[in-house]
Design a protein around this ligand. Structure first.
Ligand SMILES: NC(=O)c1ccc[n+]([C@@H]2O[C@H](COP(=O)([O-])OP(=O)(O)OC[C@H]3O[C@@H](n4cnc5c(N)ncnc54)[C@H](OP(=O)(O)O)[C@@H]3O)[C@@H](O)[C@H]2O)c1
Length: 251
């Protein structure tokens, strides 16, 4: 299967978890995938672990909260390969949780900068070249917390809800110019970010009791949906949010 052969993708937060699984799956089906994150060694490790795939992984150190780093990264990519075919806005933080009335302006700004403004900035940097060429797929990783409020997680839920609406707004405007924009809203997936839940035996058991599909979500299960959205198989799909949560929101 080589559905992304000769395609170029950028996956933010591609050094671990869901971003890594997406980048690896894209490279497995032939894509050249730029992966970014703050730690160069973590990116290099992913490249080293995947040297034998049909596609290529290319590391670029970049903190998505810094405009100048985003601009430099996208400049490099455009110079090397031209317009991207796929952008996956995946990097995010949930470290700014806490009771709503205890959250200060610094936490608010940090959550918005990382989870929301980075998506807005990267879309503005990448989409114009896609529009000029008349094709592209942008995939924003949201969360079920952006659909149903998560307890003690105002900033995460709020920013992810905004990502879902941003997805719809961009989709509406960019579709006539050949660019599709969709979101994925994962439930609990086994990564470093969610370790505080799944590493706690009791919390995990309670979660799985409520989740109709009884296994802990895996990054690869999210990556499969990203691949579908990235490829021409989803040519008639835009503005949608795909809930990948083992049925959690139904329960
Ligand atoms: N895991 C879940 O249960 C779950 C559920 C719903 C939604 N999601 C969403 O899925 C996405 C991926 O989450 P994950 O669970 O895979 O997280 P993760 O395991 O913590 O990985 C996060 C990735 O993002 C990078 N990153 C974080 N801050 C960054 C920054 N400022 N600039 C550049 N890169 C940055 C990290 O690398 P560095 O640390 O090296 O920068 C890492 O590669 C996020 O949008 C998250 O909100 C996850």
């Amino acid at each position: 299967m080589s559905v992304l052969k000769d395609r170029f993708a950028l996956v933010t937060g591609g050094s671990r978890g869901i971003g890594r699984a997406i980048a690896e799956l894209f490279a497995k089906v032939g894509a050249t995938v730029f992966i970014c994150g703050r730690k160069q060694y973590a990116l290099d490790q992913v490249v080293q672990d995947n040297a034998m795939l049909p596609g290529r992984l290319i590391p670029i150190q970049c903190n998505v909260t810094r405009l100048e780093e985003l601009e430099a990264m996208v400049d490099t990519i455009h110079r090397e390969v031209g317009a991207l075919d796929v952008l996956v806005n995946n990097a995010a933080t949930n470290l700014v949780s806490g009771y709503a009335l205890d959250l200060g302006e610094a936490e608010f700004d940090r959550a918005v900068e990382t989870n929301l403004k980075s998506v807005y900035r990267l879309t503005r940097l990448v989409a114009p070249e896609m529009c000029k060429r008349g094709s592209g797929s942008i995939i924003n990783i949201a969360a079920v917390a952006g659909i149903k409020p998560e307890p003690v997680n105002l900033l995460y839920s709020m920013t992810k809800a905004a990502v879902i609406m941003m997805t719809k707004c961009y989709a509406l405007e960019l579709a006539p110019r050949g660019v599709r924009v969709n979101a994925i809203a994962p439930g609990l997936v086994q990564t470093e970010m969610s370790g505080y839940i799944w590493k706690d035996e009791h919390r995990l058991a309670e979660h799985l009791r409520l989740q109709p599909v009884r296994h802990l979500g895996q990054p690869e299960e999210v990556a499969e949906i990203a691949l579908m959205l990235a490829s021409e198989r989803a040519s008639f799909v835009t503005g949608q949010t795909f809930i990948v949560d083992g049925g959690l929101l139904l329960a």
